[in-house]
Design a protein around this ligand. Structure first.
Ligand SMILES: Cc1cc2nc3c(=O)[nH]c(=O)nc-3n(C[C@H](O)[C@H](O)[C@H](O)COP(=O)(O)O)c2cc1C
Length: 281
């Protein structure tokens, strides 16, 4: 098994794919993971479907709306969820797990929440009446050279930049930055949150650590204008992705803990409380 931190470091948003079929054994292994039941940290159960583009003539790809941004992808992962409390976070959590599995299998991916035609993908994915399809993800092998559009998109989103620890992680309250050394065994999990993908690379995760109680409270620093895009908040998906990176890392380190929503979590101005992880005593 590759360590989760290595997989997280390997993942990047790939928008130009090689004109090459996914190896049958790899596809089969990934399909098995996609088809199994999924459950998030707050008991929501998103559904996933693989959509092969082979059946469609490349002219039809244009209608899927990813044309121009995503080059040459032959396979997409679509994820659906029924609206419910914490469903969007659970969606991010479960889908990122699949994306990391794909990365481990040597595949490249890209979360797409903005640039696709929802009805065409919804039909192909068998979306049900009560469901939402917040994102799709191309799967394949990266092309040797990034397309011009991809280079422009990466530059625009500042994809290679991440906020420093001091802007993301705090100790005891929302104004005291947490230094990696103070985070002790959890530093790796927090660093893996910092490397997580997020919509437009906004990195809206803020985490407050309470060392005495071994509690990490996750907050969302919402960017204006993001909340109601496509019926779901892409930034709540971002929080689910961050929770996935944190959760997988602490588990791999052998630290056991639980997730909950804590009514007594401190209210912090301009941040929205999402969830808490607490180490088991
Ligand atoms: C929920 C979500 C939605 C995204 N939507 C898009 C999108 O519509 N188009 C796109 O090109 N990239 C999209 N991205 C990719 C981000 O721009 C990318 O993760 C970020 O710039 C960081 O770059 P990296 O993933 O290469 O580390 C999305 C990412 C997330 C998490």
């Amino acid at each position: 098994m590759t360590p989760v931190s290595d997989i997280i470091q390997k993942r990047f948003s790939c928008r130009s794919y090689a004109d090459k079929l996914i190896e049958a054994s790899v596809l089969q292994a990934f399909k098995r993971m996609v088809d199994q039941p999924h459950r998030g940290l707050f008991d929501n159960a998103p559904r996933f479907a693989l959509i092969a583009m082979d059946a469609l003539p490349s002219e039809a790809w244009k209608k899927l709306g990813t044309y121009g941004v995503i080059k040459n992808a032959r396979l997409y992962l679509a994820g659906m969820i029924s609206p419910a409390p914490m469903a969007t976070c659970d969606y991010g959590y479960c889908k990122e797990k699949l994306i990391l599995e794909a990365t481990q299998l040597g595949l490249n991916t890209c979360w797409l929440g903005g640039t696709f035609a929802i009805s065409a993908f919804g039909r192909a994915a068998g979306m049900r009446r009560n469901e939402l399809l917040p994102t799709i993800t191309p799967l394949g092998y990266a092309a040797e050279r990034r397309s011009l559009t991809e280079r422009v998109m990466r530059g625009f989103a500042g994809s290679d930049r991440r906020l420093p620890w001091a802007k993301l992680f705090f100790c005891g309250n929302a104004s005291t930055p947490l230094a990696p050394a103070e985070a002790g065994p959890y530093a790796e999990a927090l660093e893996n949150v910092r490397l997580a993908p997020s919509a437009s690379n906004k990195q809206p995760w803020r985490i407050v650590y309470e060392p005495n109680r071994k509690i990490f409270s996750f907050y969302l620093a919402r960017a204006i204008g993001y909340k109601h895009l496509r019926d779901v908040s892409l930034q709540e998906i971002d929080i689910g992705i961050a929770m996935c990176h944190f959760d997988l890392t602490v588990k791999e380190l052998g630290i056991t803990g639980n997730w909950c929503q804590d009514d007594t979590a401190p209210k912090i101005k301009s941040w929205e409380y999402m969830a808490t992880w607490q180490e088991e005593k």
